[in-house]
Design a binder for this molecule. Sequence first.
Ligand code: SF4
Length: 214
Amino acid sequence: MTDHETLLNVAAIRVGTRVNGPGLRAAIWVQGCTLRCPGCFNPGTHPHEPKDFWVPARLAERLAQPGIEGISVLGGEPFQQAAACARLAMRARELGASVVTYSGYTWKYLRECGLTEVRALLEATDLLIAGPYVAAQATDGNGWRGSANQEFVFLTGRYGPVDIDATANLPVMEMKSDGRLLDWTGIPAETDLEADCSLMALGSNSSRTIYRIS
Ligand code: SF4
């Protein structure tokens, strides 16, 4: 299979985020998800429509730079582009980066799925955050998952429960403004948004990191 046959359809990329997995990361939001969790934060990523197409290995090489601990693959639904995401993840790991993969599918579904490309993406993932977003169980104070039903699955020894415990002291949200549009990432609780009344006062080309106020 050539790189050309496994192009990855990407909705957005952010380099240098700390709110979508351990350490300083590059986050890739893939385009397309049919799961339609009610209350999903990213409805714009649902249509399987053309966005930015990347050769997965080349994208990994661009993102896995010195100082970046790893990549996080979010959605959209990475397992609906499993072959391309697997190639992205494999190349990132070859370059020494870790891989965090988010999925709306449950861990049970993924581990019992017989598809080769699904197995390949699991094998190239260090930490899987799996399960649909359930609004009634919305974020529980743990910065990396959207709802409490979602499972942390440690597929290699690179990360473990201690990394999850440490998220209590980590930022939950990052915001950037170009003076016109406000761009944010992370998984804030409603109270995090309420607690920071100055969010909309961000000026041009400014950025801000939001910590949970307990
Ligand atoms: S799987 Fe993710 S992107 Fe898809 S609907 Fe659920 S929360 Fe949204």
